[in-house]
Ligand binder design. Structure first.
Ligand code: NAD
Ligand code: UDP
Length: 321
């Protein structure tokens, strides 16, 4: 049987990947310390015999007592609010955690896939961003803890490939959204959807002219699966090139939810990238991948998931008879 280990598997993306790997017939070992993830994300998987959850901080060394074919390293705070609150943990999981996960893959002869990010391009001076762009990152600014940790992780993964011949894949993920994002993780999708559903002011940072390009989670998972199965050793961007301003995005969510929320402008966080759009020619040419889910369909599924979770949270507890 093929076995995949995924760090950060109880998080938003990790839990969707666990499901995909299981559906491909893999046994899945999920390692997570739940710092930003939730057991609820993997509750339905915990009953399966081909799924195992290990609670552990991957910045500390760990051994796994069964054969592994793939190691996917997804553990890391990912929301700017989270990594600003957890700067040292973020640097540690990107550096020590990546080193531990690479060591594990090497010891098991497993293929390694790193969840990297569009943040390696920083506040980009080239638009859209191809993989060949080296980026514009402020190493000492507040976002540097995440950006530099991921840049180090990429460098470490390539060193393991060059020195040990380890099979390495690197995905540079652009803003991805969908069901199971933590309600209060502070990223723009959960923030706007919750504010719109509750009729509260939608907090647009800056004047809302900064852009992002949003990818639905099922498209991202398909791209990651194809990359994992490919021979592509260099980093590959996966994201949806449909770009919009954050103000347009707020208005799109307000329309979709029929909300009467106002727009409340708030200060722009330091080093917030002004533009972001993936160049996905490489993923298209080498993996035959392109996103399929429209923003409207993806947001509709996300809003429905948020509605259900907000309603469940508002319900009074069932009385014990
Ligand atoms: P998330 O916060 O929902 O998931 C991260 C998971 O990692 C959580 O379950 C958390 O508990 C776990 N984790 C963090 N530190 C850990 C540690 N030291 N040991 C064990 N587990 C640890 O975030 P997400 O959006 O699912 O992101 C997952 C990965 O994808 C991250 O590496 C992130 O950098 C990357 N990524 C995500 C996006 C996106 O748009 N969602 C974009 C770029 C990159
Ligand atoms: N943003 C916003 N209001 C919020 C949260 C975020 O206007 O309540 C903006 C943020 O400043 C950034 C964009 O939305 O320009 C995307 O933010 P997110 O935290 O989702 O991810 P980022 O792309 O910055 O990592």
């Amino acid at each position: 049987m093929t076995t995949s280990l995924i760090t950060g598997g109880a998080g938003f993306l990790g839990s969707h990947l666990c499901e995909r790997l299981l559906s491909e017939g893999h046994r899945v070992v999920c390692v997570d310390n739940l710092i930003t993830g939730r057991l609820a994300n993997i509750e339905a998987l915990q009953v399966r015999e081909d799924f195992r959850f290990v609670e552990h901080d991957v910045s500390k060394p760990f051994l796994i007592d069964e054969p592994l074919d793939y190691v996917l390293h997804f553990a890391s705070p990912a929301s700017p609010i989270d990594y600003l609150e957890l700067p040292i943990q973020t640097l540690k999981v990107g550096s020590l955690g990546t080193h531990n996960a690479l060591g594990l893959a090497l010891a098991h002869g497993a293929r390694f896939l790193l969840a990297s990010t569009s943040e390696v391009y920083g506040d980009p001076l080239i638009h859209p961003q191809p993989e060949s762009y080296w980026g514009n990152v402020n190493p000492v600014g507040p976002r540097g803890v995440y950006d530099e940790a991921k840049r180090f992780a990429e460098a470490m993964a390539m060193a393991y490939y060059r020195v040990h011949g380890l099979e390495v894949r690197i995905v540079r993920i652009f803003n991805t959204y969908g069901p199971r994002m933590r309600l209060k993780d502070g990223r723009v999708v959960p923030a706007f959807v919750q504010q719109a559903l509750e009729g509260k002011p939608m907090t647009v940072f800056g004047d809302g002219s900064q852009t992002r390009s949003f990818c639905f989670v099922s498209d991202l998972v398909e791209g990651i699966w194809r990359l994992l199965m490919s021979t592509e050793k260099e980093p590959v961007n996966i994201g949806n090139p449909q770009e919009m301003t954050i103000l347009q995005f707020a208005e799109a969510i307000r329309d979709l939810t029929d909300s009467k929320s106002s727009i409340a402008f708030r200060p722009l966080p330091e080093d917030d990238p002004k533009i972001r759009q993936p160049d996905i020619r490489k993923a298209n040419e080498r993996l035959g991948w392109q996103p399929e889910v429209s923003l409207e369909a993806g947001l509709a599924a996300t809003v429905e998931d948020f509605r259900q979770r907000l309603a469940a949270a508002a319900e009074p507890p069932t009385p014990v008879s």
